[in-house]
Design a protein around this ligand. Structure first.
Ligand code: ACO
Length: 425
């Protein structure tokens, strides 16, 4: 990082010199850590202009629609890599060679089972619980089952936990689904690839043979790749903030899952489908577009807009191309909901309000459509996002713990009551 200086002038004070750093890409940053000794804080609710950490994992240029993982464009990874290769890249910084890949895949595919006691743990939940509620609880509870790898200061423990989380997420996600429909849990099959194993655990049952459709497995693998990481988004920042307290990694990932659940973040893929169902008919689209533009109506077009992408979401492009392919393969191009989605997309892309505010379809718009075509129930959409994002969360957690870090402790602009006395009785 090269050093430059910025000068902050505050009325009535001496100018304050602040160091500046340049990354390998992206805007320079002003280091404001020394400001406190001058008696001022910076104010940036929503982190619109604040870099919360230094990272080497993912780079986004929102204006140009660029997303790079360890330097590789997401489009190239989606075309050439598989999800576990992408996980390796995120965790270790480079693509694996053949031997590293075989070793990593073997490790991931041999930690897939969960402690049998976890099966009992499920029985405490109502069958109609939201899958994300169970995910938050079960992933957090893994800390109660894997005491042998909780020392965050031990490099080996961190490694085992990272592998365990990537391995066990599909198993837990499929268990959540099976529990909701009252079917027995399907044990993982370590001879299958990661995505196929997930589909096997989701859709097989003991009464008949289940053959994984390779088109579905390839599509699921792409969905995992496209969700694998996205820089310092709300859930990843939650994982980092939780991790900065020294909390165990299972608790940190559980916190990340909770943050992802919100409809402004990962919950949007589920919300897209609910919205399409609510629209119900192509003739209603205009009315919903008008509602989205009305400042007095809280309704927003779900799956549109992004905090960082102000051109297009590169993941959405890849996902759209893949959704088209899969829908053709599965013979679902005439699905009425899909038709509503396509018409909505066209109208919104031409509408002055959306064009002017640079609101483009994001990855969740198309992932919801694709997941639906694959027979995944809507309430599981965000769980699948969480499954893919686990690689990114754990890579960021590892990067933070491997380096120098302090507890994350933001300050505030206090606008409450000044000191006052409790009324005398
Ligand atoms: N529909 C209608 N208007 C919108 C939408 C939308 N989907 N998104 C933003 N706007 C408008 C806002 O009303 C605001 O208008 P104003 O300037 O007149 O007040 C302007 O665009 C900017 O919106 P903000 O909320 O300030 O933008 P922010 O960066 O904070 O929010 C967010 C980004 C949360 C993604 C937002 O676009 C949104 O709510 N989208 C719908 C939910 C969604 O699809 N989330 C998925 C995100 S991608 C992901 O997590 C993988």
């Amino acid at each position: 990082m090269t050093e430059k200086k910025a000068t902050l002038t505050i009325e009535g004070k001496e100018p304050i010199e602040l160091p500046m750093y340049s990354g390998t890409k992206g805007p320079d940053v002003v280091d404001v850590r020394g400001l406190l000794k001058h008696g001022v804080f910076t104010y940036d609710p929503g982190f619109m202009s604040t870099a919360s950490c230094e990272s080497q994992i993912t780079f986004i240029d929102g204006n140009k629609g660029i997303l790079l993982h360890r330097g590789y464009p997401i489009e190239e990874l989606a075309d050439n890599a598989d999800y576990l290769e992408t996980c390796y890249l995120l965790l270790y910084g480079d693509l694996p060679n053949a031997e590293q890949k075989a070793k990593f895949n073997h490790s991931i595919m041999h930690h897939t089972m969960v402690h049998q006691q976890i099966h009992t743990f499920f029985n405490g939940f109502r069958r109609d619980s939201h899958p994300m509620a169970i995910m938050v609880a079960v992933v957090g509870a893994l800390a109660a089952f894997y005491h042998d790898s909780l020392d965050i200061n031990d490099q080996n423990h961190r490694e085992i936990t990272a592998h365990r989380l990537i391995s066990k997420m599909p198993t837990i996600a499929a268990m959540v689904y099976k529990y909701s429909i009252g079917q027995p849990f399907a044990y993982p099959r370590n001879d299958l690839d990661y995505a196929s194993n997930f589909l096997h655990m989701m859709f097989s049952n003991p009464c008949e043979e289940y053959k994984v459709n390779p088109v579905m497995a390839a599509a699921m693998d792409k969905i995992f790749i496209l969700h694998a990481d996205h820089e310092q988004n709300a859930s990843t920042s939650t994982v980092r903030l939780t991790g900065s307290t020294g909390a165990n990694p299972f608790a940190c990932i559980s916190a990340g899952i909770a943050a992802l659940w919100g409809p402004a973040h990962g919950g949007a893929n589920e919300a897209v489908l609910s919205m399409l169902e609510e629209i119900g008919d192509e003739s209603n689209i205009e009315a919903f577009i008008e509602r989205a533009k009305d400042k007095n109506d809280p309704f927003r077009l779900m799956g549109f807009g992004h905090r960082v992408y102000k051109n297009y979401d590169p993941r959405a492009k890849v996902m759209k191309a893949h959704a088209d392919e899969v829908l053709k393969e599965l013979g679902q191009v005439n699905d009425p909901l899909l038709k509503i989605a396509m018409k909505l997309e066209k109208i919104a892309l031409e509408d002055e309000y959306f064009v002017q505010k640079k609101l483009y379809p994001n990855v969740d718009f198309y992932s919801g459509i694709l997941l639906r075509a694959m027979g995944i129930p809507t309430s599981m959409f965000t769980v699948i996002f969480a499954l893919g994002r686990t690689a990114g969360w754990i890579a960021h957690w590892k990067e933070m713990i491997d380096g120098d870090y302090r507890i994350g402790r933001p300050r505030q602009l206090y606008t409450g009551a000044t000191e006052r006395q409790y009324p005398k009785k």
